[in-house]
Design a protein around this ligand. Structure first.
Ligand code: UD1
Length: 362
C-alpha cells in the first residue's frame, strides 16, 4: 500500500510529522511526499523538515509565492502528472491552505482516495482558508476531525457518516512528541531576550495586509504592561516595512523582533512566556496544550473549546477591546479541564489504521 502526502506550508510540516511516524510504526506502507513549495525559505520550510526528521521529499513543485489563483492553479497543473504516475492508494492533505485545496482537488478529479487531516473546521466568515477547507472536506473519502465540533460541522454539511472520523487533533500529537526536546533549549539566553514577556505572532492576510488593522493592533499592544517577543512572519515583515511601521518597532524598547523560529524554538519560548498573543489557530492550540493564557487577535476562532476552557479570549483588533480583555485574561482562573477536547495525542495512529483497514491492509 502506498500513501502520498501533499505538504507545503510551515504548519503542514508540523502536522505531517506525526503522520509519517504513525506510518512507520504501522509498517508495510510505502510513502511518497510532495512539497508544493508554497513555503520555501529555510526559516519557513527547511528548519521544520530538519527538526521533524522528514524523509527525502519525492517531488518539489517549487511553486513559491504568488496570488491565490497562481499558486492553486500551478499546483493543480503540476500535481496531475505526479499523482497519475504514482497512483497512491491514498493521498493525504492537511489543514486549510492553497496547498490543501490543490492536493484535495487534484486527487478527487483523478478519482484517487484521499484524506483530509483537520477536517470540519469552520469559522463561518469569508476567508480564503474557509473555502479551502470546505472543498477539501467535500473531496475527501476520510474526513479526519480533530474535535466533536468539527465532526458535527461535517455532518451538518451533508458529508456521509461513513466518511467522517473523530480522531483527535494531530497538532496535539506533534506537541506531545516534541515538547521534551523543545524544553531542553534555552532560546531566551541564545537570543538575548527578556525573562518576562508576552509572545506575539501575527500572520493572517486579513489583518496584516490592512495598514489600519495592523496599526490598530500594534498600538493596542504597546499599552500592555509587558515586553513583547515577536517572531515575524515574512508576510508581516513585508507589510510592516511597506506601511512604515517596521523601524518604530525595531527601535522600541518594548518589542523584541526575531526571524520566524523553528518549531522547537517556538515551543520553548512559549513555555517561558506569561501570555500568548496571536491570530493563528495553530498557536491558539499550542498555547492551550502549554496551559498558557492566549489573547486571540481576531474576531472568531475555529476552536470554541479553547474559549470555553477559559485559557483563551477573543480580543479583536483595537485597544478598546485588546487592553481590558488582556487584563481580564491574566487575572482570571481557567476552568478545571475535563477530558482533553483534542484527544490523546495518538490521532495519527488512528488515521493510518483507518486508511490501512479500508484499503485492505493489515
Ligand atoms: C499561508 C496560508 C495560511 C497559513 C500560513 C501559515 C493560504 C491561503 N494561506 O499563508 O492559511 O496560516 O500559510 O504560515 O494558503 N514568504 C517568504 N518565504 C516563504 C514563504 C512566504 O518570504 O518561505 C513570503 C512571501 O513574500 C509571500 C508571503 O510570505 O508572498 C505570504 O506567503 P504565502 O505562502 O502566500 O501565504 P502565508 O501568508 O504564509
Amino acid at each position: 500500500m502506498k500513501i502520498l502526502l501533499v505538504v507545503g506550508n510551515r504548519p503542514q510540516f508540523i502536522k505531517a510529522a506525526p503522520f509519517l511516524k504513525a506510518i512507520e510504526k504501522h509498517g508495510g506502507i510505502e510513502t511518497s511526499i510532495v512539497h508544493s513549495g508554497q513555503h520555501y525559505d529555510m526559516q519557513m520550510s527547511g528548519i521544520f523538515l530538519k527538526q521533524l526528521g522528514f524523509p527525502k521529499i519525492g517531488h518539489n513543485l517549487n511553486v513559491g509565492s504568488g496570488s491565490h489563483g497562481y499558486q492553486t492553479g500551478k499546483m493543480l497543473e503540476l500535481l496531475d502528472p505526479i499523482l497519475s504516475k504514482e497512483q497512491p492508494d491514498c493521498v493525504v492533505v492537511f489543514g486549510d491552505t492553497n496547498t490543501t485545496l490543490a492536493g484535495a482537488l487534484a486527487s478527487y478529479k483523478l478519482h484517487l482516495r484521499n484524506a483530509h487531516v483537520e477536517s470540519g473546521m469552520r469559522e463561518f466568515i469569508w476567508r480564503p482558508e474557509e473555502i479551502n477547507k470546505k472543498i477539501a472536506d467535500h473531496c475527501a473519502d476520510y474526513c479526519f476531525c480533530p474535535t466533536k465540533t468539527a465532526e458535527k460541522n461535517c455532518l451538518k454539511e451533508g458529508i456521509s457518516k461513513n466518511r467522517v472520523f473523530l480522531t483527535g487533533d494531530i497538532t496535539f500529537d506533534a506537541f506531545c512528541q516534541n515538547i521534551g526536546t523543545a524544553g531542553k533549549l534555552d532560546v531566551l539566553a541564545e537570543k538575548n531576550l527578556p525573562e518576562k514577556f508576552f509572545l506575539l505572532t501575527l500572520h493572517r492576510a486579513e489583518t496584516v495586509d490592512s495598514a489600519e488593522k495592523l496599526k490598530s493592533v500594534l498600538n493596542a499592544l504597546i499599552e500592555l504592561d509587558e515586553s513583547i517577543v515577536f517572531p515575524v512572519h515574512p508576510r508581516t515583515l513585508k507589510k510592516l516595512s511597506e506601511f512604515g511601521l517596521l523601524e518604530k518597532l525595531e527601535n522600541s524598547k518594548k518589542f523584541f523582533l526575531t526571524e520566524p523560529l523553528g518549531y522547537f524554538e517556538f515551543l520553548n519560548l512559549m513555555q517561558s512566556s506569561s501570555m500568548v498573543l496571536t491570530d493563528s489557530s495553530g498557536v491558539i492550540k499550542d498555547s492551550f496544550y502549554s496551559r498558557k493564557p492566549c489573547l486571540v487577535l481576531d474576531s472568531t476562532t475555529e476552536y470554541p473549546e479553547v474559549l470555553e476552557s477559559g485559557y483563551a479570549k477573543l480580543a479583536g483588533f483595537s485597544a478598546k477591546t485588546i487592553v481590558p480583555i488582556a487584563k481580564k485574561l491574566l487575572n482570571s482562573k481557567p476552568k478545571h479541564l475535563g477530558k482533553n477536547p483534542f484527544g490523546t495525542g495518538k490521532s495519527a495512529e488512528k488515521m493510518v489504521e483507518i486508511i490501512s483497514k479500508s484499503a485492505g491492509g493489515k
